[in-house]
Ligand binder design. Structure first.
Ligand code: PLP
Length: 355
């Protein structure tokens, strides 16, 4: 079994540590540990190893499901990984809506067969008929990330319903990575609440600003969660004890955390929107804190643009080729507004020199 290198992580590994400003982080700015009770007690495994039953029951309420239908994980990355291990064997096929976060196609590509169905620029629309055409008798899962990384496109409820119906009619699951869902002003109902073929993955990384907790979960029908549990004994055994302790508090005060984070996202989005307009670039006005922007004139690719920017201005952006679109770059604007302003000023100076 082979898997391709994770392009975005390799890019970050090269530049993030040394650079002054990170304008490529895909989540909201991180909360400080000091706002939480940090005494997690004995630092053993979480027991039971799929997450505290009360916490799972509370999470399950979001999906009208039972605690048994939730598995707590080390972030959404592990939740997705377990979902794919559970759903995609060698003889199976997945339909994956792209561009998307690389794991969502690379992992099923390593495990089985994948057909990608593209969102169509500039609005990044999805044609459900294209998904219908990609489904095969051996399709076990249709995969979507909504709101989408990198484009910020939030497919509407009607489209998600169409995807669910297509998957269910084929006896396949609809797996939706919903890590950005709670940054939307009006979040759609999660896919795991739509019916027996709905599976949702998420975490407290992006919308809550708690990446360092490494805490997420998978929710869906019990045949999927029990297969995921079976694999989890071989991956991380349990979610982190400390992560669970703090995530429980964050979820208890979620409304306040999310209200602040949505306000920050809206303020920063306005700033980036004017920056994009000022330089005659274009993007689809995003939900969440990622925008997928066209490359300024004079640069052959997003990668050459991003490389010059980080080398000359010490600002990290993400090249669009990491998402199969070399003519774009991704900007992440979830950071504190002052830092974003400084970063955009540096990009202005850079473009003034090179335009
Ligand atoms: C769509 C998507 N899913 C999952 C992840 C990973 O999330 P976590 O940090 O919770 O593992 C990311 C991180 O960028 C992401 O963009």
């Amino acid at each position: 079994m082979n898997i391709e290198p994770f392009a975005l992580e390799r890019w970050f590994a090269r530049y993030e540590h040394e650079a002054d400003l990170m304008l490529a982080e895909s989540g909201i700015r991180s909360l400080d540990a000091s706002r939480f009770d940090l005494d997690a007690g004995e630092l053993g495994y979480v027991v039971p190893t799929d997450g505290d039953p009360d916490l799972r029951a509370r999470i399950a309420d979001r999906y009208d499901r039972s605690a048994e239908e939730v598995v707590c994980t080390c972030g959404a990355q592990e939740a997705n990984f377990l979902a794919f291990l559970a759903l995609v064997g060698e003889a199976d096929h997945a339909v994956v809506v792209t561009p998307t976060y690389q794991s969502l196609h690379a992992v099923p590509e390593a495990l089985g067969a994948v057909t990608r169905v593209d969102l169509e620029p500039p609005a990044w629309d999805l044609d459900p008929d294209a998904v219908a055409g990609a489904i095969r008798p051996e399709t076990s899962v249709v995969v979507v990330n909504n709101p989408n990384n990198p484009t910020g496109r939030y497919l509407d409820g009607e489209t998600v319903r169409a995807l669910y119906d297509l998957a269910a009619d084929a006896g396949a699951y609809l797996l939706c990575d919903e890590v950005y869902r709670l940054l939307a002003e009006e979040p759609l109902a999660p896919v795991a609440s739509m019916g027996e073929y709905g599976v949702s993955t998420t975490s407290v990384t992006k919308a809550h600003g708690l990446a360092g907790l490494r805490f997420g979960w998978l929710a869906g029908p019990s045949e999927v969660t029990s297969a995921a549990r079976n694999w989890k004994d071989y991956t991380t055994i349990s979610p982190p004890k400390f992560g669970q302790h703090v995530a429980r508090q964050a979820l208890a005060e979620e409304e306040e955390i999310l209200a602040r984070n949505r306000a920050l996202a809206a303020e920063n989005r306005d700033l980036v929107r004017s920056w994009v307009g000022r330089h005659d670039l274009s993007w689809h006005d995003p939900v969440g804190v990622n925008g997928f922007v066209t490359v300024p004139e004079g640069f052959a690719t997003g990668r050459s643009f991003c490389r010059r920017v980080v080398e000359e201005e010490s600002v990290v952006l993400a090249p669009g080729d990491a998402f199969g679109h070399p003519d774009r770059f991704r900007i992440g604007f979830g950071l504190p507004t002052g830092d974003l302003r400084t970063g955009l000023d540096r990009l202005d100076a850079f473009l003034d020199r090179h335009a």
